[in-house]
Ligand binder design. Sequence first.
Ligand code: ZN
Length: 411
Amino acid sequence: MTKASSVEIHKLKKELEVLEQKKGKGTELVSLYIPHKKKIYDVTSQMKDEYSQASNIKSARTRKNVQSALEIIMQRLRTVKDVPENGIVMFVGTIPRGVKDKMEVYMINPPEEVTTYVYHCDSQFYLDTIKDMLSEKGTYGLLVVDRSEATIGFLKGKRIEIAKHINSNVPRKHGRGGQSQRRFERLIEIAAHEYFKKVGEKASNIFMNTPDLRGVLLGGPGPTKEFFNNEGYLHHEVQKKILDVIDTSYTDEFGITELVDNAEELFKDLDVTKEKGLVNRFLKEVVKDKGLAAYGESEIRQCLAKGAVDTLLVSEDVESFRVVMTCSSCDYRTDKTVKNVKEYENKISTEKCPKCGEMSLGIDEFKSTLDELTNMVDSIGAKIEVISNETEEGQQLNAFGGLAAILRFRS
Ligand code: ZN
């Protein structure tokens, strides 16, 4: 399997947003997923079958649209010799555009291996398989606990979610001495036991009802967390999933964040840690005198031109798109830079063509400004990473205009 880069994943997410809102007038949008091991001529012969079966479709318009979609697919398949490692994904169909319709064709590079062959004809494109590939993989359970409170949460992809906070009301031990002291201590221990039991039950319940739970991290200050862990307050199914017991200073929301930060070693492979690491490396260079950092578009462009960039960091917030807008009723064609393709397409669908006056405007192609940067980065053998805005580090990057670089040398 060829692993997709953060830039590719990001672009694909944007593309899916646009594909998601495409709707055909009838069941005439074709989606095709071809796995690597599938023979192209098998697919072509199925397309031929589908083509002849489509002649039974009652609606003349739907019949014509399905058949032209199949023709386009067969044409495209003729140019394919071998199915690439990750497979082929195609979406083809006639999309209504005001008074006229337009045939749209999308070839997608799947970010993971397509394992099942899918031929799907519907009024919408079938995107589930590709969406699954993009969904944040794996959820981690988080629990911080001490004698006064406990917080339960999740790390989902890059996002931390708080699920539950529990206060203990267990009184503090204090020295009065004598008989009453021993009795008091015994009562405290009973209260503490009840509290730990409650935390264990709540956490177990929440974690066991979480699909795709990859593991659990347990944290807190002092030895309470180990005591909690060793006394088996958690359900054995959850207990088995504990990946690490980690020191944190807090047991509230901050404690949960601390837990994730302190488990960095464990999350080495996760994108979130990688992104944080890169932004922090950049920030360290920024504060240094003559550090290896650059930011802002003009400085970055200069550094790229000189080949001085090692890693380019692009916040997903700075991205814009170059879109080609056409009219399906006349030959009007123009291009424009927009921030959000989906919103822009919605907007122009209600506008009249400036040339012929029909409401037939639509977007034919769009290119992310990231493409240009990616090409520049590739040409000098540097790296590029898209930094999501969901983390604190992502927000910090936005303070630098969302475009920053770690340099190879000062230029
Ligand atoms: Zn027009």
